[in-house]
Design a protein around this ligand. Structure first.
Ligand code: FE
Ligand code: FE
Ligand code: ZN
Length: 277
């Protein structure tokens, strides 16, 4: 069975997200841990969460993917921004333990002129300060498109981060199809080659989730503009090969395409139709 969902709005609570997911034929979903531009997280409603956990186990919704706010920049040149990033991530990871055993994805960050290796050191330091042996959440580094001074647009940089992390069993990678395409990895014409490179550099066992998006821009454009499935430069045939690839087909897929619920329902139906059970 294809395990697929989409990004849902967190504002109405977990039960509403669970119901929305089921209503569009999804078997999982992604949500922001708080306002995507950062700031204080809303207190979790315990009754809502308990009802959701029941719904999730009934319908075998899992794993869920929480997405950190975009403003979280663990490798900023500014100490206050880094402290804010560490506080947000610590708070997010504590809250994630109320939903045990799920995934938490973050953008490695932008080094803003310090250079990638200085950025990587700062990201490693934050993860080493926050990851604990008790946590049940796996923290995922997202593959980035490489706009501006983004860290994480090459498999090599992600490997360097993981190399520095002490609790390697607590980290993995979320591959965003729009981002890797825009970063120059040719998943349209050479998916096998890209996955072989991922395996050689990072290890395919570290790949834990896929953000399934088409891209408005060309291979290597370093732009990061998501398109609807089949409406972009990646296209439906390549995305069909991705969801069916033997090394990918059991992973959870999350759509982050420009859609409201009815559009997501259509994309999920389309992808279920081309998935080979
Ligand atoms: Fe992201
Ligand atoms: Fe993404
Ligand atoms: Zn993106």
């Amino acid at each position: 069975m294809l395990n697929i969902g989409c990004h849902l709005s967190t504002s109405k609570g977990f039960m509403a997200m669970g119901r929305d997911a089921l209503s569009i034929g999804a078997s999982t979903f992604q949500f922001f841990t708080r306002n995507p531009r950062g700031g204080a997280a809303k207190a979790i409603d315990q009754d809502d969460l308990a009802a959701f956990l029941l719904l999730a186990s009934e319908h075998r919704l899992a794993p869920l993917l929480a997405h950190a706010p975009y403003t979280l920049n663990a490798c900023s040149a500014d100490e206050n921004t880094r402290r804010f990033a560490a506080e947000m991530m610590a708070d997010d990871l504590a809250r994630m333990e109320l939903l045990p055993g799920n995934l938490y994805n973050f953008h490695p960050g932008s080094h803003v002129g310090q250079g990638a290796s200085a950025g990587i050191e700062l990201i490693v330091a934050q993860l080493n300060a926050l990851l604990t042996p008790q946590q049940t959440t796996t923290v995922l580094l997202e593959t980035m498109a490489g706009k501006g001074s983004e860290v994480g647009s090459t498999f090599r940089q992600l490997r360097q981060i993981i190399d520095g992390v002490e609790r390697k069993e607590k980290v993995g990678v979320c591959l965003d199809t729009c981002h890797v395409h825009d970063a120059g990895y040719d998943i349209v014409n050479d998916l096998d080659g890209v996955l072989a490179e991922f395996d050689a550099v990072i290890g395919i066992d570290k790949l834990r989730a896929i953000h399934l998006n088409d891209s408005m821009n060309q291979l290597g454009s370093r732009k990061d503009r998501h398109a609807r499935i089949g409406d972009g430069q990646i296209g439906l045939p390549a995305l069909t090969r991705i969801i069916n690839h033997p090394q990918l087909r059991r992973l959870p897929f999350y759509l982050e395409t420009p859609n409201e619920l009815p559009g997501y329902a259509q994309e999920i139906a389309l992808l279920r139709g081309v998935y080979r059970d």
